[in-house]
Write a protein that binds this ligand. Structure first.
Ligand code: URA
Length: 214
């Protein structure tokens, strides 16, 4: 599994993180910076999809050869934290099919288990799938979604995250199924509630502006 950390090449990623990590960023700005993170990630994963050459005529009457996507990647959002991040992807890949899944954390003794309780995915899909989830914490959710997408035939599975925790990347590497993780940053650890530290807090609550009562 390859891991690309955008903050290592693009200072813009650090500027986005500066806003997302800041506890004083309110819901409106948080969503806006998540959308920008989506745009940046979507631009970087463009080398993962297939392109074809097209000829265009410029206003000077000259010909130029440029590219158009040959395939529309399947974008898979994980509810609800991924909604603004997914919007950034949808802007750069207009018309891409969108799958949605929802996962629940079940705390069991010392550990935590992830169960998918909603899957709206195509019955068959054999192209490139991009799993869009801002936080790769334990890695179990992305692993479960990768399994669900692989079962439908996906040829290549990419994960796009804002912050990936080192233990989650190790889990995902051992689990297999994801070909390449793109993330703005890698953080060192999880706390005892499986939150990424330093992280950015609860990406779902901050993206949706609602703290659920369960
Ligand atoms: N999900 C979040 O929203 N934040 C974390 O730190 C980990 C998982």
């Amino acid at each position: 599994m390859k891991v690309t950390v955008l903050a290592e090449h693009a200072p813009l990623a650090r500027w986005i993180l500066r806003h997302l990590r800041d506890s004083s960023t309110g819901v409106e700005d948080f969503r806006e910076w998540m959308r920008r993170a989506g745009l940046l990630l979507a631009a970087h994963i463009s080398s993962e999809i297939e392109w074809e050459m097209v000829r265009v005529k410029t206003p000077l009457g000259a010909e130029a050869v440029e590219l158009e996507p040959r395939e529309k990647p399947l974008l898979v959002g994980i509810l609800g934290a991924s909604i603004p991040l997914l919007e950034g992807f949808e802007q750069l890949y207009p018309g891409s099919p969108i799958g949605l899944v929802a996962a629940r954390r079940i705390e069991e003794g010392e550990g935590v288990e992830i169960r998918l309780y909603y899957e709206r995915l195509p019955s068959r899909y054999e192209g490139t799938a991009v799993l869009v989830d801002p936080m790769l914490a334990t890695g179990q959710t992305i692993a479960a979604v990768a399994d669900a997408v692989a079962a439908r035939g996906a040829r290549r599975i990419i994960a796009a995250t804002v912050i990936a925790a080192r233990p989650g990347l190790s889990y995902l590497q051992a689990h297999g199924g994801v070909d390449h993780v793109y993330t703005l940053a890698v953080d060192p650890m999880l706390n005892d509630k499986y939150f990424i530290v330093p992280g950015l807090g609860d990406a779902g609550d901050r993206s949706l502006g609602v703290t659920p009562d369960h």
